[in-house]
Design a protein around this ligand. Structure first.
Ligand code: ATP
Length: 271
């Protein structure tokens, strides 16, 4: 199917098509398709655009990734299908290592995902020969690399499951999640939950990495100023505003909303 660029939901439909293709190629598992559907539903609610609080979290994430001694980006099937090129560019900008880390792990899937990342320009990708286990996690989901996630101080885990996000936090790492569901256990447990669509979040974070690299003082200020509970509160305020606007017929469901008018509630949560 070719989607016309003029379609109001063009980007969302392209993502859906990519995911289905990746599922046919064995890169994405059926559970990944279902997770994508959950993400799409949330993206509708957010107006298919990045909210102001998500930008705050993305900037904080960039500042932490730049300050890390061993930053690692975790990649699963959905991430490879949707944003391989963007992830590789972000990893290069930081610079960070990339580790393929799968919930439904098979060696053949790991190899396929590594191939996708290599085609996008990545080298030395971890994931094929894990040599450590994340404590408190059962089965193959615990497998990790000592040079990667296991010993990382800052990990970016897009589309992670709640148990593993929690286990990584317990290991003392700064865990940056990307998940459109602000209620998921991942968003609730991560040190810096980014509530935004994966591709947008990775692109924005890369832009902030490039900006903050030039200004270490500002990066340090951003790290100090970030408050996860205040930021998640601002996400809820944004949703409240958005649902209120939809109720009053001020925005159409498929349109990207204008930035919310600053109210006392959103001002309180801004950092
Ligand atoms: P948890 O275990 O964290 O409570 P869960 O059981 O929903 O939540 P997963 O099955 O790993 O965990 O779900 C992945 C999450 O990723 C879902 O919350 C979904 O909303 C979100 N998601 C899916 N696709 C995207 C996307 N493209 N961008 C951002 N988030 C997405």
């Amino acid at each position: 199917m070719t989607i016309p660029r003029s379609h109001p939901r063009y980007e969302s439909l392209v993502r859906r098509e990519r995911l289905v293709r990746a599922w046919r190629e064995g890169v994405v598992v059926p559970e990944g398709l279902i997770a994508h559907g959950r993400g799409e539903a949330w993206d509708y609610l957010f107006g298919e655009g990045t909210s102001a609080p998500a930008l705050v979290a993305e900037r904080a994430a960039a500042a932490h990734l730049l300050a890390a001694s061993r930053p690692v980006i975790s990649v699963n099937g959905n991430v490879a299908a949707l944003a391989a090129r963007e992830v590789v560019q972000l990893a290069r900008a930081i610079p960070a290592r990339i580790e393929v880390n799968l919930f439904h792990r098979t060696e053949s899937r790991v190899k396929k995902i590594i191939r996708i990342l290599e085609r996008a320009g990545a080298r030395d990708i971890l994931g094929l020969r894990p040599n450590a286990r994340i404590p408190g996690i059962e089965s193959k989901r615990a497998l990790s690399h000592r040079d990667g996630i296991f010993r990382a101080d800052v990990v970016l885990v897009p589309l992670e499951d709640g148990d593993r996000a929690e286990a990584l936090v317990r290991m003392g790492k700064v865990v940056i999640s990307v998940d459109l569901n602000p209620l998921s256990r991942t968003s609730q447990r991560a040190t810096i939950p980014i509530v935004d669509e994966l591709t947008r979040a990775i692109l924005n974070t890369k832009k902030f990495v490039e900006e903050l690299k030039e200004n270490p003082e500002e990066a340090a200020r951003v790290r100090r100023a970030y408050r996860r509970s205040g930021n998640l509160g601002a996400v809820y305020s944004f949703l409240e505003w958005r649902l209120g606007s939809l109720r009053r017929g001020l925005v159409r469901g498929e349109k990207r909303p204008r930035a919310p008018k600053r109210t006392r509630a959103t001002r309180r949560h801004r950092q």
